[in-house]
Design a protein around this ligand. Structure first.
Ligand SMILES: O=P(O)(O)OC[C@H]1O[C@H](OP(=O)(O)OP(=O)(O)O)[C@H](O)[C@@H]1O
Ligand SMILES: O=c1cc[nH]c(=O)[nH]1
Length: 186
């Protein structure tokens, strides 16, 4: 078996894609009033933080963001006590949590959609958002649930035998997106 690893987004491509997404969020929501950014652990958190920084540069306004750990909501684990753990969904004093807010969820890769299904269940257990939107850095297709992102860094057509890996400086020491392909040796 030969494993090939090819870079499909470098640091510049990631920066440009996130900058575009920040503008798209502002355009779609006509600003950021009532919006909250929520990153799915692990790498979704850094994407949400970067978008919050970019929006601050563009608009001069701080947009609140939180972190979501969906571990207890995964559908491939034994049924667990479905409590939202290790998350930081506390928003500024006086704000009513996620209630009636436009929540923009962030993840690094979108594949089957099961992580996003779990994230939406976890969010709903924290309150009743007005709306949930989804932003992903890479959409590789192969959905198993009817989930469609609102903001996409890059569409990456893949075969099921391939894998997309995202590295982000805050966690991995560099910014890169790779596609990993395994093929039989000839
Ligand atoms: O659409 P899906 O089929 O749910 O796949 C996408 C998820 O897979 C990866 O997480 P993973 O569970 O591999 O954990 P990781 O974030 O620790 O890599 C990735 O970070 C997404 O959250
Ligand atoms: O290719 C994939 C599939 C799921 N999650 C990833 O991070 N990459």
């Amino acid at each position: 078996m030969v494993t090939e690893k090819n870079v499909i987004m470098d640091e510049t491509a990631i920066r440009r894609a996130l900058s575009r997404i920040a503008h798209e969020i502002l355009e779609k929501n006509k600003g950021i009033e009532n919006c909250l950014l929520v990153g799915i652990r692990t790498r979704g958190v850094y994407l949400a933080q970067r978008i919050a920084e970019r929006i601050k540069e563009i608009e001069g306004i701080e947009i609140p963001y939180g972190e979501l750990d969906i571990t207890h909501y995964r559908d491939d684990r034994e049924a667990m006590d479905r409590t939202v753990v290790n998350s930081n969904l506390t928003f500024p004093a006086g704000s009513n949590g996620i209630h009636d807010k436009k929540v923009i969820l962030f993840d690094d890769v979108l594949y089957t959609g099961r992580t996003i299904r779990a994230a939406m269940d976890a969010l709903m257990d924290c309150g009743r958002p007005r709306m949930i939107q989804l932003a992903v850095l890479a959409d590789r297709g192969h959905r198993e649930l009817p989930i469609r992102p609102d903001y996409i860094g890059k569409n990456v057509p893949t075969s099921k035998h391939e894998q997309i890996e995202v590295a982000l400086t805050e966690f991995d020491g560099k910014d890169e997106v790779y596609i990993i392909s395994n093929r039989e040796e000839r």
